[in-house]
Design a binder for this molecule. Structure first.
Ligand code: ZN
Length: 159
């Protein structure tokens, strides 16, 4: 049983000691994009993981396991995805590849930089067995050096 405690600014849910046992769940999602760069809405896949985990209250971590890809949360709106791609390409253009010191035998320096801006992981609260999103929030995989198999780790913890 949970006891809600209300104050002016906060609503705090306190779970009494000796309640549920903490669960832990781990799954890898694999991607292989046809293009070098892509944004993929993975919210449905994360929701599937959450269902499989059986966790009702806790946290889900969604982590890009490669240093040239990101996981981030934003709006599922094609205009915004275009704007993000143009903005990232202005900040860290792919070409000329010779402008980057990292491109010594490889050509993905821009992808490392784009990943640094867009982030490594997203954390979402789980409330009552659901992803507890703000308005219009969705989870995306951001690929910046695709055309090969890459993975995202989903870790769910809670009870
Ligand atoms: Zn590299």
């Amino acid at each position: 049983m949970k006891v809600p405690i209300l104050s002016e600014e906060y609503q705090i849910m306190i779970a009494p000691q000796g309640g549920g046992r903490m669960k832990s769940y781990r799954k890898e999602l694999w991607f292989n994009t046809r293009t070098r760069r892509a944004f993929i809405n993975i919210t449905g896949q994360v929701e599937e993981c959450l269902k499989e985990s059986g966790v009702k209250e806790g946290l889900v971590l969604v982590i890009a396991m490669h240093i040239t890809a990101s996981v981030f949360i934003n709006d599922d709106e094609s205009g915004l995805h275009h704007d993000l791609d143009v903005w990232l390409e202005k900040l860290a253009p792919h070409e000329p590849v010779s402008q980057y010191r990292h491109n010594n035998g490889e050509d993905n320096a821009d992808a490392h930089l784009k990943r640094s801006i867009m982030g490594r992981e997203a954390v979402v609260a789980i409330t009552d067995g659901k992803l507890d999103f703000g308005p219009w929030e969705r989870i995306f995989y951001g690929e910046f050096d695709g055309r090969r198999r890459k993975r995202v780790l989903v870790k769910v913890i809670g009870e």
